[in-house]
Design a protein around this ligand. Structure first.
Ligand SMILES: [Zn+2]
Length: 675
């Protein structure tokens, strides 16, 4: 602990001259003020993350270069820290002073021997690729505080469930107490494994030494030593039962258990049985949250969902909860909540639903978009159908426009280590899914000043001056693109569409089908911006700004690489590579090899020729929608391979995009809820 002598001295003075003031408060304020300027804001936030301190310097409001009590947020994490621990009566407490002293002390691995030293260095490199980025919610009423208090507890239980599903529950107990960075990594990544681009394949990078094997909690450990166990399970006669999405697979008690996925006696155990204690706890908190809303007709729909979800935790009848969930809308509740098992991406066989919680407030902007797009949705469908060509025929579309939501808290499978989901359609199965679920677009992410500043730096490193000058980092352009993308999932040939009786998954295979559906939606987003201008629903200027933002969106995804750590295709990265490769070939996205980028330092930069945009995007739409309409797997694979594989001139440009984009760390969202 480094406390300077003036600090101690001033503290004594402060206490002496302020009778009755709480000691903790007094110690920290007057006294420590000078030293609180020793760590710049971004560094403070980074260091706090590495030290696993739940602190975030929101912004330097008064510009004095020192953190002030009003500029501090306490972030949601494994501990139970709250703001009162660090700020009391408008002053910093001793707990803050202590934390600040730790944050101001450089981390040193001085006495560590190899290979522990390398491991800790890799962990730091992993963490440093995420810039702590704050999602701050300020609550305005005591009732909201109560409600959110219960839901915050649900979030903790959901994290525990997800850890059990991921097979990492309790592993953090093996991290030495002094190794705060590994603890931080374990919490951020929800497990010991590294995920950031520079470290995901680094064998030294792990929160635990030695690095554990990845073993999912969804299947018996023993069958997972067979790398083809998913395929072996698929071939079993009882595959459908075993792959029930709301269950884990276990050995039958007393049955054959040789570690053979094809021959062992296996059984599906429903979540509410496998995780009985946790689901009961979650259910009770949800009921308590519902109780807070009792008697308020304005939140009846939300209350009904809280009760339905509470029941589903107990019986896994999630389809029933979906009905109450769908009945909540942007107009009948101020809140958005989705809690339960939903997405399957995070488990090795991509069949079982992972627990998550997404809790947010409704952003009323969605209603404005609904108003604008609702009258033209049939025309949008007709436009897509015409570009897709036969055999697809336009259908009556009942798209529910995304609800815009401002995230309060993501937990479990929804809480990403880096980046965040900015749009989602649920549920994935059941009657509500079939009749059209509910789609949300997260609108308050990446809208903080830190995120805007980073985006502008990335843009200036890749774009030539003429194009860089056209970048507008305002959130509404990204929002527009997200709306159009999400709307397009409801249009044209979608997952339910069949060619000769076969779904897109059957025609293309799961991974390629997902990528093509995302390519369709994002290409539609590029296309519809101009289309809306033609209808007088969007200004030309706004459409152009949206185009440039879409190019940057693609750069961001291209930079993440085409495959994930397990070698599976990344849908967004691949569609972005296809789109930008195509636009590059068509002269829309031009590479100027000898020109300086707008930052004045990098040589070689991209210009966007907006005059060529509409025709090229129309042709790209024909290609992308047509592939889905005809179920043309050959053309799908050819298109993907042309722009996604290595070795081409475009792959070289993708390398440039990746190198320059990744100089800036990705956002790693941290959440803070303040009264
Ligand atoms: Zn999508």
């Amino acid at each position: 602990m480094r406390l300077t002598s003036p600090y101690t001295c001033m503290a004594v003075l402060a206490i002496a001259s302020t009778p009755g003031l709480r000691v903790e408060a007094a110690v920290a304020t007057e006294a420590a003020k000078p030293s609180y300027s020793s760590v710049p804001r971004l560094q403070f936030n980074q260091q706090a993350a590495e030290l696993n301190e739940p602190l975030f310097w929101i912004r330097d409001v008064d510009g004095d270069g020192a953190i002030d009590p009003g500029e501090l947020a306490v972030t949601w994490g494994p501990g139970r820290a709250n703001l009162e621990r660090y700020v009391a009566d408008g002053h910093f407490t001793r707990a803050f002073a202590d934390a600040f002293a730790r944050i101001a002390t450089p981390i040193s691995f001085g006495r560590l021997a190899e290979p522990e030293r390398s491991r800790r260095q890799s962990v730091r490199t992993e963490l440093a690729q995420g810039r702590p980025t704050l999602v701050l919610t300020t609550l305005t009423s005591p009732r909201d505080e109560k409600l959110v208090g219960h839901l915050e507890k649900v979030a903790r239980i959901v994290e525990r469930l997800y850890a059990k599903q991921s097979g990492v529950f309790g592993l953090d107990a093996g991290i030495p107490a002094d190794d705060t960075a590994s603890r931080a990594l374990f919490f951020r990544n929800q497990g010991p494994f590294c995920e950031a681009p520079k470290t995901e394949n680094d064998p030294a990078c792990s929160a635990l030494a030695p690095r554990p094997k990845r073993v999912s909690g969804m299947y018996p450990d023993a069958i997972q030593s067979d790398p083809g166990f998913c395929a072996a399970l698929e071939k079993r006669a009882d595959a459908d039962a075993l792959f029930n999405q709301f269950s884990v697979v276990r050995h039958k008690p007393g049955g054959r258990a040789k570690g053979d996925p094809a021959g062992d006696d296996l059984v599906a155990v429903p979540y509410h049985v496998a995780f009985a204690d946790d689901v009961r706890a979650a259910s009770a908190e949800l009921r308590a949250a519902a109780g807070v809303l009792a008697g308020d007709p304005a939140e009846a729909a939300f209350k009904a969902y809280l009760e339905a979800a509470a029941q589903a935790f107990l019986d896994d009848d999630w389809f029933r909860a979906d009905v109450a969930w769908k009945a909540m809308t942007a107009t009948n509740s101020r809140w958005y909540l989705r809690v339960g098992p939903d997405e399957v991406y995070a488990e090795p066989c991509s069949r079982k639903a992972n627990f998550h919680m997404t809790f947010a407030r409704i952003n009323q902007e969605s209603l404005e978009w609904q108003r604008r797009l609702e009258p033209v949705k049939d025309d949008m469908e007709a436009a897509i159908a015409s570009l897709a060509g036969p055999p697809y025929e336009p259908r009556a579309v009942g798209f529910a426009l995304p609800n815009f939501i401002d995230i309060v808290l993501n937990a479990g499978d929804s809480r990403s280590a880096l980046g965040a989901t900015i749009g989602q359609s649920l549920p994935n199965w059941g009657p509500v899914a079939e009749s059209g679920g509910r789609t949300v677009a997260m609108t308050n992410l990446y809208t903080d000043p830190d995120s805007e500043a980073v985006l502008m730096d990335q843009a200036r490193a890749l774009l030539c001056r003429a194009t860089a000058d056209r970048v507008d980092p305002a959130a509404r352009f990204m929002t527009l693109s997200t709306v159009l993308h999400e709307a397009a999932h409801n249009l044209g040939p979608a997952h339910e569409y069949r060619v000769d009786g076969r779904t897109d998954g059957q025609v293309f295979g799961g991974a390629l089908a997902s990528m093509l559906e995302e390519l369709k939606s994002q290409t539609a987003a590029l296309y519809f911006a101009d289309w809306l201008v033609g209808r007088g629903l969007l200004s030309r200027q706004d459409a152009d700004a949206a185009h440039i933002r879409d190019v940057l969106w693609s750069f961001g995804h291209i930079a993440q690489g085409m495959l994930d750590a397990r070698g599976r295709p990344k849908a967004y990265s691949q569609l972005a590579a296809i789109q930008m490769g195509y636009l590059n070939q068509r002269g829309v996205l031009q590479w100027k090899a000898t020109e300086k980028a707008a930052n004045g330092t990098d040589t070689g930069c991209f210009d966007v020729d907006l005059a060529k945009w509409p025709a090229a995007v129309e042709d790209l739409s024909r290609l992308a929608f047509g592939i889905k309409s005809r179920g043309d797997r050959t053309l799908a694979e050819k298109t993907r391979d042309e722009w996604v594989t290595d070795g081409s001139a475009w792959a070289g440009m993708r390398g440039v995009i990746q190198e320059r984009w990744l100089r800036a760390p990705k956002a790693s969202f941290v959440y803070s809820i303040q009264p």
